[in-house]
Ligand binder design. Structure first.
Ligand SMILES: *[C@@H]1O[C@H](CO)[C@@H](O)[C@H](O)[C@H]1NC(C)=O
Ligand SMILES: *[C@@H]1O[C@H](CO)[C@@H](O)[C@H](O)[C@H]1NC(C)=O
Length: 400
């Protein structure tokens, strides 16, 4: 609650009584709407005091809430768990990453996957790096992200090794969300690895665990690097950190034109990412938008440090020697196959932003964001976010 108190003190420090009244009205109304929305929807991150409201109104004592109720809380949650565990056991023996995964990534790269249109969400550049990001919302499943990062003066090989090197990720600290990594399986023939990651969660919930299968294909120095969540019965599911099953993060690394002189001395990483983090997707989107550039900015110094290490002729790390075992294929051949089954021009028209009055769910979500922010004492979401959202709310209120 310290955060809310802070906010209130700031409001009370305002010059005039009218200002205070206006800000408070802005603050209190959305807060209550948020509570109601939060309670009604019963989302996973429902703050405890909101849960308390429900409990107070019900006739008998309710069983205590589980430490971190999943979105489908109640008996169905354990059914989901059981099913997921059974699935783990059934599919643990099959290869973690297959040709189908390569084809899927290839189609994403070539933009022949037939999915919805990508909407540009960011375009930034630093002297030696250019970054662009897009997002799309499939009909089912979490929002998907696509980004293109171009690093000046980098070779595809070094960049490939850099992203595979979990030790360096943690040692250098460029990926400060990675708390722990363990290699579970390695295939020396294909370079396939199964690793376990524990990642710090960007918002406020507990850490998340990932069991990731990964493998690299190579077509003439263009690398298709696939990493995705895979079932695994060897590592039992725990309550904390909670496992993220739906995880897809794959990228294509290729030489690119330098923006300085047009020579092919730069390197592009085209990343496709989606995951179901176990919080409402609309909330996750707000968080990603806020945190994205901050994370991306940290990668380049990491890469430059990695280049220095690699030039120093230190022995290759275990990870770098695995990332150099690639499956060769011919992208042109695959492209020819793909075009013979062209998904044609069924690309969906970009949706016009809707009038918010016809968009009640969005309205509810904004309320949810306030509820989330208010259940926090610390974390990435700050007072600014609360008030950003609250002000938007207030504007909506005026127009109503
Ligand atoms: C960008 O790269 C050039 C050439 O390698 C280097 O001289 C310059 O210091 C770099 N700039 C930054 C901001 O890293
Ligand atoms: C949104 O809808 C309201 C009422 O239906 C209308 O008055 C307003 O002009 C609309 N705004 C836009 C941007 O279409």
């Amino acid at each position: 609650m310290a955060l809310i108190l802070d906010a209130l003190f700031e409001i009370l420090g305002k010059p005039t009584v009218a200002d205070v009244a206006a800000e408070l009205a802005m603050f209190v109304t959305p807060l209550w709407i948020a509570v109601v929305v939060g309670v009604l929807l019963g989302w996973a991150w429902r703050p405890e005091w909101a849960a308390g409201l429900v409990r107070a109104e019900s006739p008998g004592p309710l069983p205590p809430l589980p430490p971190e109720p999943s979105r489908s809380s109640g008996p169905s949650a354990s059914a989901v768990e059981v099913a997921a565990t059974a699935n783990d056991e059934k599919r643990s023996d099959s290869p973690a990453v297959t040709d189908d995964d390569l084809e899927q990534l290839f189609r994403l790269v070539e933009e022949t996957d037939g999915g919805p249109v990508w909407h540009k969400m960011m375009d930034r550049s630093l002297p030696n790096m250019t970054y662009q990001a897009w997002r799309r919302d499939p009909e089912t499943g979490p929002p998907e992200y696509r980004s293109s990062t171009i690093y000046e003066d980098a070779t595809p090989e070094t960049v490939r090794d850099f992203f595979w090197d979990d030790d360096f990720r943690m040692k250098n600290g460029w990926d400060d969300m990675l708390l722990q990594h363990t290699t579970l399986k390695e295939c020396p023939a294909t370079g396939t690895m199964v690793v376990q990651w524990v990642r710090k969660f960007p918002f406020f919930c507990s850490d998340r665990e990932y069991i990731i299968g990964r493998r690299i294909w190579d077509s003439g120095r263009t690398f298709y690097c696939i990493t995705k969540g895979v079932p695994c019965s060897e590592v039992p599911r725990r309550n904390k950190p909670r496992r993220v099953d739906l995880y897809y993060s794959s990228w294509c690394i290729r030489a690119a034109e330098s923006k300085r002189d047009g020579r092919m001395t730069a390197c592009e990483v085209l990343l496709f990412h989606h995951e179901d983090m176990g919080i409402p997707w609309e909330i996750a989107k707000i968080g990603v938008r806020q945190g994205m550039w901050g994370c991306v900015k940290k990668i380049e110094p990491g890469l430059r440090a990695y280049q220095v290490v690699r030039r120093s002729n230190e022995p290759l790390s275990r990870f770098a020697s695995m990332s150099q075992i690639n499956t060769k294929f011919d992208a042109d051949q695959l492209r020819a196959l793909e075009t013979s089954t062209d998904p044609s021009d069924d690309i969906v028209e970009a949706e016009k932003p809707k009038n918010w009055t016809s968009n009640i769910p969005r309205f509810l979500v904004v309320g949810g964001a306030v509820a989330v922010a208010c259940s926090l004492d610390h974390g990435l979401l700050t007072k600014a976010v609360i008030f950003g959202v609250a002000r938007r709310f207030a504007k909506i209120g005026k127009r109503l």
